[in-house]
Ligand binder design. Sequence first.
Ligand SMILES: Cc1cc2nc3c(=O)[nH]c(=O)nc-3n(C[C@H](O)[C@H](O)[C@H](O)COP(=O)(O)O)c2cc1C
Length: 307
Amino acid sequence: MNFARLATDFAGIKMKTPVMGASGTFGFGIEYKDFLALDRVGAIISKGLTPLPRAGNEGVRIAETPGGMLNCIGLENPGIDSFLAEILPRVREQVGDTAFIANFSAGTVEDYGMMAAKLDVDGVDGVEVNISCPNVREGGIVFGTDPKAAAAVTEAVRKNTGKPVIVKLSPNVTDIAVMAKAVEEAGADAIALINTLTGMVIDTKSWRPLLGNVTGGLSGPAVKPIAVRMVWQAANAVRIPVLGLGGIASGEDAVEFLLAGASAVAVGAENFVHPDAVERVAEDIDAYLEARGLTHVSQLVGKVKIG
Ligand SMILES: Cc1cc2nc3c(=O)[nH]c(=O)nc-3n(C[C@H](O)[C@H](O)[C@H](O)COP(=O)(O)O)c2cc1C
């Protein structure tokens, strides 16, 4: 892998490659240390943290669907305090200089601000604000579908941290450009999209929903064309950088997001199929660049030819 071709500064976060492990699919990074070289990962984005520990939703939390999966984990996590005391030091010991981005959500604007302040510590290179989790009532999606609420959360986070702030948008909206502009104006340094699309599966034998939470979030290859379209629309609406994700399983998938306007990408559900996917996608992007005589990955960003 030629790091000179791949090195990316994403909203002030220095990464060796433009490929990150997506929140909720990559643990805290260290769980993957036997499957790939963590120092060849662009950035680790943590599982979504919340003010208090959460056990997540009851019942079945994962269902396979054609070309993807539904999940309704419900933000199971150890809580911010235990993360800071016990997990972050271990992460820093084991991942070397790989960038670490803390993903979090909360139930109120004030708690989003409080979380941002607590995460403004050494060892955290940036924060990703989840306003788009479809699987919990309090927090997440309520803020992600209303531009005013999304802006209020972004402002509260911005005021409470000196770290780069990435706001993760929901695809469950009519006009993604409106949401992207709202958080840009409120002080976001970057946006990430897409989170999962709300879906449902029904068992035709029992006539019951397969998932304990009734609905869940769809991810995987099935969502990729929607994600690419939304990244393209959002990138055209704002000046801040875009982190693109949704169904990326190969270097060519990632290249589509870059051409659509993303400056970096993240791999989610594919980590469950191939736990070395984050490293492999970066290698594939590098091979793609080399084959075309391109000297840096930024030469692809937003270069989709339209008209
Ligand atoms: C099991 C699972 C857990 C997830 N947990 C989170 C989370 O805690 N916070 C978050 O912002 N996104 C979470 N996501 C969403 C992913 O980060 C990503 O936005 C989405 O799955 C689309 O990418 P993919 O198709 O590559 O998986 C989760 C996704 C899955 C599949």
